[in-house]
Structure formats: C-alpha cells, structure tokens
Design a protein around this ligand. Structure first.
Ligand code: LMR
Length: 346
C-alpha cells in the first residue's frame, strides 16, 4: 500500500513537474528554493555560429551562464535548425523559444516601422552605424520603445550588427542598368522590394535557409547580404559576381519573450540585461573583421569576381533610390524620422 502511494506520488510529481516545465518553457526547480530555480533560454537563429550574430549569441551564453552562476543555461540553435524565418517570431511569442535576433526586415508584419534600418544607403560606412542606432537616438528609440513589439510579448535587449550588404548575381553589376530584368531574393520587407524596383529588377521574399538552393537552381538570379552571410552559406559558390556596393544595412534586434523575462527573479533580469549589453558590444567589435575575413575567403576561393564600386558608380545606385524610396515609406516609418535622416544626408 505504502509502495503504491509512494509510486503514485512520484508519478504525479513527475507529471506536475513536466507540466510546469511545458508551461514556463524553461524554469526548473532545483530544490534550492526560489533563488535556486534554474532557467533555460532557447536562443534560435538562422545563420552559422561563426557569423557576427552567431558569435554574439555564443558570447551571451558564456557571460550569462557565468554571471548567473549556472542558474541560467542557454541552448543555441543556429542555422534555422529549430525555427526559421517563417516561424521564429511566432515561436518567441508562444515562449517555445525565449530569445532571437532577427534582422529588422523580419519584423515587417508586426512592426513595419523597423524597416527604417532597411532604407537603402542609410549608411555610407560601417563607422556611421553606431551614431544612428544608439538607444538614445530617434532611430534607437523607435526600436527600443516600440509599442507594437511590446504588445507582442517581445522585449528589446539590444541591436546587433552584421554590416553592409553587397549584391551578388551571375553577371557584373556596375550600374543600376546592369540589374534591369534580374530577379533578386529579398528579406520580407517592402522597402527592399521598392529598392530593387527602382533599379528595374524584380524581387522575391524568401526565407534565408532557402537562398542557397534558390540561387543554385536559378529560381532567382541574385541576392543581397554582407560577406559573412554570403560566405558561410556558400552562396558565392553559385554566384560569379559580387558588386561591393555597401548599399544597405543588415542589423538585428535582440529580443526576449517578455513574460519569460519577467518570470526571472530581479537579480537574474539584471544579469540578462548586462550580458546582453556586453554581447552587443562584442558583436559591434567583431562584425567588420568577420566580414573582411569572409570577403578574403571568397577571394581566395577564386571563383567569384568582386568589383568594388567607385564612388561615382555607387552614387548612381544611390540617386535611383534616395530620397524617392525613403519618401515612399514616410507614412510607415514616420515623416519626422525620414526628414531627420534626410537632413543627416546633406
Ligand atoms: C537574411 O535573411 O538575408 C538575413 O537576415 C539573415 C540573417 O539573419 O543574417
């Protein structure tokens, strides 16, 4: 009798424990009381571990596991292994994963104003990026204090960089006219669609994990990405030309499920925020170097021709989209913000 009762008790405890874990997604009692509860953060992303985003995620894991003294464990799922572009934001909202760092374009449906960072030629060099995206700037505030993200249980912890995008295809692209009639894979952003339309090219939104095979099979002619994404996905092996156009920015919004964050004891909330800040700093420090190395690796392989656009050539691409495309999105991004950014250009 006593055995049956004990067995039942154990079985019910196991059921109750697994239900608790399923509901919270991640808290695990360690028997040490509240202060000893362990939490697991699933961090999903779509690029490889050696990219600027992948390395920053690893840095976050290293820092928080150390500073929380093992009370927070981070499981990283890179390369669309767990969730991809199409379902990761949904997975965050349902707390199936707790952290992500999608590019701004991936937020288009839930917070279209984040497309501000997709505006073509927003930056001329990577050195200009921190001035514009710091938390206290108008752009920074539009992202950090975004109410649409807040209403979707999505709390912003930081902005991460990849760097500037280059164009790739199987033909040389020195002028906008060289793009006429070509089709490009884009991230799901209307701003990017308008950018390619202004260059008389067509564009198709597609998940990042599908880009390599779409290029290989000729579903699209080209795509745009920083060198690190091109090299780590081996896109260059199926693209004969890269135009070093530095025409757009690829930035990420580091987000955490708000309910999960708020379920953490206060000291762990602070630790998460601090580890995120330090990981963001690390990301900014390494991004340019990771991209330079990726460019060199592509050059060393020798099968893709890289043409750096001259200032004059780059200006011709810019003139076709600035300010037209920027103004086209003033109602989405905000008239005042667009005017402020255009003032900064002159
Ligand atoms: C893309 O879809 O091209 C990028 O946003 C992928 C990434 O996360 O860097």
């Amino acid at each position: 009798m006593r055995n049956i009762t004990t067995r039942r008790l154990i079985a019910w405890t196991a059921v109750a424990l697994s239900l608790t874990m399923a509901v919270s997604g991640c808290a695990r009692g360690s028997g040490k009381g509240d202060g000893g509860t362990e939490f697991t953060i699933k961090f999903s992303h779509v690029v490889t571990p050696n990219t600027p985003k992948g390395q920053a995620a690893e840095k976050f894991k290293e820092l928080i596991e150390k500073s929380s003294d093992g009370r927070i464990k981070v499981e990283i799922y890179p390369n669309s292994e767990l969730y991809g572009d199409k379902d990761e934001l949904q997975a965050l909202q349902s707390n199936s994963v707790q952290m992500l760092a999608p590019s701004t374009a991936k937020f288009t449906t839930i917070a279209p104003e984040l497309q501000v960072l997709d505006l073509p030629f927003l930056f001329d060099t990577v050195e200009d990026i921190p001035k514009v995206v710091a938390p206290g700037t108008t752009v920074g505030k539009a992202i950090y204090n975004n109410e649409k993200l807040a209403s979707k249980k999505t709390k912003v912890l930081g902005l991460w960089d990849n760097g500037l995008k280059q164009l790739s295809s199987n033909s040389e692209m020195r002028t906008p006219a060289d793009l006429k009639g070509l089709s490009f894979r884009i991230q799901p952003s209307d701003v990017l669609k308008s950018q390619f339309s202004a260059w008389k090219a067509s564009s198709t939104p597609m998940a990042f994990s599908e880009v390599y095979s779409a290029l290989q099979q000729g579903v699209v002619d080209g795509q745009e990405n920083p060198y690190s994404n091109i090299e780590t996905q081996k896109m260059h092996t199926v693209q004969k030309h890269i135009a070093e156009s530095d025409h757009g920015y690829l930035g990420y919004v580091l987000v955490i499920n708000t309910n999960f964050f708020e379920s953490l004891p206060k000291d762990l909330q602070k630790a998460v925020t601090e580890a995120a800040d330090a990981a963001s700093e690390h990301n900014r420090k390494i991004a340019a170097d990771v991209n330079d190395k990726a460019k060199q690796a592509i050059l060393d392989e020798g099968s893709t021709k890289i043409a750096k656009l001259s200032d004059k050539e780059r200006q011709a691409f810019k003139d076709a989209v600035v300010p037209t495309v920027w103004r086209q999105y003033a109602d989405v991004i905000g008239e005042d913000l667009i005017n402020e950014l255009l003032d900064g250009q002159s």
